[in-house]
Structure formats: structure tokens, C-alpha cells
Design a protein around this ligand. Structure first.
Ligand code: ATP
Length: 257
């Protein structure tokens, strides 16, 4: 578990492309240990692609991504080792509908560890209790709410005690109260487990309530134009695009910042 402060993920001059289409160019940012780090920006600016770069699904054309100083794409050995140090929660929760919640959370443990079934069962119960779902082990995804399914996705992403947890649009499809509960869970897990959290979102309520650090990706210039605590950016940024985004187009005064 990561306990020390300091840089956890360092992105250096990262350029991401699909064929001849440049999504983001020369992006630089640092995610510190224990950050709830927000990847933000307007539609299509490349947030999901950046997360794919950070998680090994999209090798950058150029640049480096360092985890604890080790180049993620430097060798397949490094990549495999680093991949084991993080968990990913996809937008829908990505649960298998034919499996119980316990079976879903057990999957990574069965795939990547030699734990016996009794040990797996214990860890699964612990992870489900961490996300407030004790006693739901034998339910199927269709028998629980959307917010609960996302929590199961978090439990599964945490099965291997990751140092970093990635969230792709965690509040998508949730009502505001469920979205808020999920935000609270993210903060609670960060505080209790010291896990570094990286969150792709354009939900302003989430950005301000959980974000301690961020990068703002701009779709016009195709690069990062702001970096830091979103609450501070709201007050201090001089970039009209950043202010426009953070105030939903209202401007700083109207937004009360
Ligand atoms: N698999 C792909 N192949 C080709 N182009 C893609 C692919 N995935 C995304 N793109 C393009 O890359 C750009 C960035 O997409 P991406 O999904 O990363 O943006 P985003 O900021 O996450 O968007 P949104 O907020 O709408 O989810 C878009 O122009 C998109 O059309």
C-alpha cells in the first residue's frame, strides 16, 4: 500500500494518437500519492484515451508514463508488474450478469493469485463490506441498483489491494444522490487505504467535492492547459476555457467563485 507522499505517476510529453488523428500532444502532469486526481475537459478532448494510456490499453506515440519512477511502457515485465498495482472501475461497473456479486469480485483473485477458495471468499466479503454491500454476496447484478453495481465494480477493482484506482466517469447514469454517495466512497477509501485515485469525469459537483489535483485537457490546442487543485483553478486560473468549463459557462462572478 502506498503510504508516502510524493509523485506516484509522472506523465512526460505524452502524445496519444489514433492513426493520423492526434488526440493529445506533449501532455505533462504528475499524480501524487493519495491524490484524487481528476482528468477533466470537454467532450472528445481525450480524457478516456488518456486513461487508456495510463492503464496500458493505449501506448503513447511518444513520451513516457512513470509509475514510482519506472517507465510503464519500458518493458513488458515492467508493464505486467505495474498493471498488478492498479485497479480499474469501468463506466458501467462491467459486471458479468451471469455471476453473483461475490463471483464477480472473486474474478481477479482467481485469475492472478494462488489463494484457496476459503481465502478468496474472505477477501471478497471484506471488499464488499468496504463498499457497504455486506450480505449481498449471492445477489446477481440485475437484482441491485445502478449505484450498487458501481460499488461492486469498485470492490472488484480493489480486490488485489491496488496502489492506484482508476475510475471512468463513475457518476455516469447515476442520480445526484447516488453519485454523491459514490464520491463519498471514493474519498473514504482514499482516506482509509491511502489509495491514489484517478478519475475521468466532467461532473462539476464531483470535481469540486473530491478532486485534490487535476489536469485540464483542451480539445482545440490538443494539450493540457491547466494542472492543479480544481478549487484553486476556479479561483486563480487565467485561462478563459478553464474558467468557462469550471463555471459551466457562467463566468467566475456568476458562479460565486
Ligand atoms: N478507438 C478509437 N479510434 C479512433 N478514434 C477514437 C477512438 N476512441 C476515441 N477516438 C477519438 O479520440 C478523441 C478523444 O476521445 P475520448 O473518448 O478519449 O474523449 P473524451 O474526452 O473521453 O470524450 P467524452 O467526454 O465525450 O467521453 C475523439 O475525437 C474520438 O472520436
Amino acid at each position: 500500500m502506498a503510504a508516502k507522499k510524493g509523485p506516484h505517476i509522472v506523465v512526460k510529453n505524452m502524445t496519444l494518437v489514433y492513426g493520423s488523428n492526434v488526440v493529445q500532444r506533449d501532455v505533462n502532469f504528475t499524480v501524487n500519492r493519495g491524490d484524487v486526481f481528476i482528468i477533466m475537459g470537454g467532450s472528445g478532448c481525450g480524457k478516456s484515451t488518456t486513461m487508456r494510456g495510463l492503464t496500458g490499453l493505449k501506448p503513447p506515440l511518444t513520451g513516457e508514463i512513470l509509475y514510482n519512477g519506472v517507465n510503464f511502457y519500458g518493458s513488458s515485465d515492467a508493464q505486467n508488474r505495474i498493471r498488478r498495482s492498479f485497479g480499474v472501475m469501468f463506466q458501467s461497473g462491467a459486471l458479468w450478469s451471469s455471476m453473483t456479486l461475490a463471483e464477480n469480485v472473486a474474478l481477479p483473485l482467481e485469475q492472478y493469485t494462488d489463494l484457496n477458495p476459503g481465502q478468496v471468499r474472505k477477501i471478497v466479503s471484506l471488499k464488499l463490506s468496504l463498499v457497504g454491500l455486506s450480505g449481498f454476496e449471492d445477489y446477481y447484478p440485475s437484482q441491485i441498483s445502478g449505484g450498487m453495481r458501481k460499488r461492486v465494480g469498485v470492490a472488484r477493482a480493489m480486490a488485489m489491494d491496488p496502489e492506484v484506482l482508476f475510475f471512468d466517469e463513475p457518476s455516469a447514469g447515476l442520480d445526484p444522490v447516488s453519485a454523491r454517495l459514490l464520491d463519498d466512497l471514493i474519498l473514504q477509501l482514499r482516506d482509509s487505504l491511502k489509495t491514489t485515485m484517478v478519475v475521468v469525469t466532467h461532473d462539476l459537483a464531483s470535481i469540486f467535492s473530491i478532486g485534490s489535483n487535476s489536469v485540464f485537457l483542451d480539445s482545440e490546442t490538443k494539450t493540457a492547459i491547466a494542472h492543479g487543485d480544481p478549487k484553486k483553478l476556479l479561483v486563480k486560473s487565467n485561462d478563459p476555457k478553464v474558467i468557462n468549463f469550471l463555471t459551466r459557462g457562467q463566468g467566475r462572478k456568476a458562479a460565486g467563485a
